[in-house]
Design a protein around this ligand. Structure first.
Ligand code: FES
Length: 201
């Protein structure tokens, strides 16, 4: 993990009480290494987590920088990274690696029912940050349709809400609910589940 990655993760903590001082939040973030919804603290738009109404943009691959549309993804293809962009301001939320998602397209009918509504015409998005110690989950088990972490081999089931199906990760990947708006894959709600990791001592 790079120094800047550590900074991203260190400054985060799951905190609901917005009356906590920034100093306190920083200390807590060092311990937990978990994402904080900090918009209430005047967080710059580029660092804010994906917001409802944001559009997804490809971060890599042949469609890099293009808006995500379902037809640009193949069924059960290797997940690719994407970021959210506020269509009203054009701000790309690339100020934190905790905002990165991995997207692919699935057969919605095969998905666990409770997660089906998070898909936009089959397109699904999971946080790219492993819940173990925060590496990017960039590997792909094509045979078993699992996202995999290169650091300690945790595996996550894309058809079951990012459930851990192997390795030391303690909890599922956070899922970003999506919807289709005028053909564009759009954020429907904030992340379901915690983004980031809990420091292992
Ligand atoms: S950081 Fe992903 S398995 Fe350890």
């Amino acid at each position: 993990m790079t120094g800047s990655n550590k900074e991203d993760l260190a400054g985060k903590g799951e905190i609901k009480n917005t009356r906590l001082s920034r100093r306190t939040i920083f200390k807590m973030g060092l311990v937990t290494g978990v994402a904080v919804p900090m918009s209430a603290l005047g967080q710059p738009p580029a660092r804010m987590r994906p917001q409802p109404g944001d559009q997804l943009v490809f971060e890599e691959g042949p469609n890099q920088d293009a808006l995500v549309r379902p037809e640009l993804l193949s069924l059960e293809q290797r997940p690719v990274s994407a970021m959210a962009r506020d269509p009203s301001t054009g701000v790309l939320r690339d100020g934190s690696r905790l905002n990165r998602v991995m997207i692919t397209r699935i057969n919605t009918e095969k998905m666990s029912q409770r997660y089906q509504s998070n898909a936009a015409d089959g397109v699904i998005a999971y946080s790219a940050v492993c819940t173990h110690t925060g590496c990017d989950v960039i590997n792909w088990d094509e045979g078993r349709l699992r996202m995999a972490c290169p650091c300690h081999e945790s595996q996550f089931d894309i058809y079951d809400g990012g459930k851990v199906v192997g390795g030391p990760a303690p909890r599922p990947l956070a899922m970003l609910p999506l919807e289709l708006v005028e053909g564009i894959v759009t954020v429907a709600a904030e992340f379901r589940g915690r983004v980031g990791f809990t420091q292992q001592f």
